[in-house]
Write a protein of this length. Structure first.
Ligand code: CMC
Length: 436
């Protein structure tokens, strides 16, 4: 059976064959379909990349129909159970799990880059008292490029890796300081004898105690959350990271762009919407009425459904267990019962079953983060995703097939027309009413 696709152009009657590699055809192969010598050739139109692979990647594998997620081949369930965030970050970035010695070196490197230049602190302190922490994070990460001008040398592998270490080490410090700022609390400096997650918790919550020691169960829960959120292949923010990085700008600027993409409610903000929905439902008794409203088209069941997963999101399964472990320490969140009842009813209901709508990662993560202000949710997502963004960026920047990202368009505007002097214009439709 030949691994080719035969295409017949009915406009010309011409037939041509296109090779099929790894389940894809090259979009540029369609250019052979032309109606004349001057014709540019056929393009594919794919808004939101619904059926377009933009990269070949060896980092993260998802089988959405079977609910499978693997980093570098390792199932997410095994990593969540046995790995740490720093080890997982190493795996994503370098392709293999580290040896003891490599992990010790890697942890040491990260630990010794967690401090920020005092001017970054001043910059963050200049924000308004009620600044959104994600806006602060995006801005502070972008500002880092001005502190490390060498970062613009993206073709130098040693320089690239230095920025990778800095970003993984410094983003938690920025994140914690954005939280402290929102509370009007002094910023807490990193502590080198604490692990990655313990240090982050200390920078978030330490008040007057000489040493902040996090509750071990909560520290482990956050470690698992960080592992689960470390990468998710070509999502909106990873695509932004690669696209901006393809211009060969420094990784701080590219990562600020990726974090900006994550800021959007359709990406990093869904867990906030879940929490809002659970609070509005309020009690288990009101769940059936809410489900009926969703089925009638009056709103969505937030935290359900996914563009890729048409099965239970494996991260949601793990988070359900994590939620139980967290609530054992913090006390049971009554909204968990509302969430469990929603899930139970939805998984048996024809509306959700026929549309393959299952809980996604955001269904339980909002509940776990409930002790934090919702504005911190995307920030908590950005900390671990930094590893994924950087792994995607490194892969893209070293891929000889990649060029500056530059999509085509189907132009739908006016045909050529002559400029009309202002006094001769009879009418004009303003797209935007000034002042509106
Ligand atoms: N509740 C009720 N109906 C839904 C839901 C939902 N959560 N999600 C999809 N549907 C229905 C939708 O109305 C449509 O029905 P019909 O065929 O009758 O028109 C059908 O299912 C297909 O939906 P779609 O909007 O075409 O699917 P999509 O792949 O474009 O959207 C989604 C995926 C995640 C945006 C959507 O499922 C959704 O809005 N879910 C709720 C928000 C949410 O939880 N988002 C977090 C996503 S995971 C985190 C991340 O990756 O950043």
């Amino acid at each position: 059976m030949p691994e080719t696709l035969t295409i017949m152009d009915n406009r010309t009657g011409r037939t041509f064959e296109v090779p099929i590699e790894e389940g894809t055809i090259r979009a540029t192969a369609l250019r052979e379909a032309k109606v004349g010598e001057d014709d540019f050739g056929l393009m594919s139109y794919d808004p939101a990349f619904l059926n377009t692979a933009s990269v070949r990647s060896a980092i993260t594998f998802i089988d959405g129909d079977r609910g499978v997620l693997r980093y570098r081949g390792y199932p997410i369930e095994q990593l969540a159970e046995q790995s740490t965030y720093l080890e997982t970050a190493y795996l994503l970035l370098f392709g293999e799990l580290p040896t003891n010695a490599a992990l010790a070196r890697w942890s040491d490197e990260i630990t010794h880059h967690t401090f920020l230049h005092e001017n970054v602190k001043s910059l963050m302190q200049a924000f308004r008292y009620d600044a959104h922490p994600m806006g602060m994070l995006v801005s502070a990460v972008a500002a880092l490029s001005t502190f490390y001008p060498e970062a613009s040398q993206v073709d130098d592998s040693a320089i690239r890796m230095r920025q990778v270490v800095r970003l993984i080490a410094k983003v938690p410090t920025i994140a914690a300081w954005s939280f402290r700022h929102s509370r009007g609390l002094p910023y807490v400096y990193p502590e080198n004898d604490l692990g990655f997650v313990a240090n982050f918790l200390s920078m978030m919550f330490r008040i007057a105690e000489p040493k902040y020691l996090a509750e071990p169960a909560l520290e482990r829960a956050l470690e698992v959350l960080f592992i689960l959120h470390a990468d998710h292949e070509q999502n909106c923010s990873a695509n932004a990271m690669r696209s901006i990085g393809s211009s060969k700008v420094d990784p701080y600027s590219a990562l600020a762009g990726a974090a900006a993409a994550l800021y959007g409610p359709l990406h990093g903000g869904a867990n906030e919407a879940v929490l809002k929905m659970l609070t509005e439902i309020g009690t288990v008794k009101r769940v059936p009425e809410f489900i009926s409203r969703v089925k009638a088209g009056e709103g969505r069941l937030m935290g359900f459904g996914h563009r890729i997963y048409k099965n239970y999101d494996p991260r949601a399964t793990i988070l359900k267990q994590v939620a139980d472990e967290v609530f054992e320490v913090t006390g049971r969140n009554p909204l968990l019962d509302v969430a469990l009842e929603l899930e139970k009813i939805a998984l048996e209901d024809g509306y959700f079953v026929s549309r393959k709508l299952y809980p996604n990662v955001d269904f339980y993560s909002g509940l776990i983060y409930q002790a934090l202000p919702v504005a911190m949710f995307p920030v908590m997502f950005a900390i671990p995703r930094t590893a994924g963004w950087l792994a995607q960026w490194l892969e893209g920047i070293q891929d000889p097939e990649q060029k500056i990202a530059r999509p085509r368009q189907v132009y739908t505007g006016a045909d050529e027309r002559a400029y009309v002097p202002i006094d001769e214009r009879r009418s004009a439709t303003l797209a935007v009413t000034p002042g509106a």
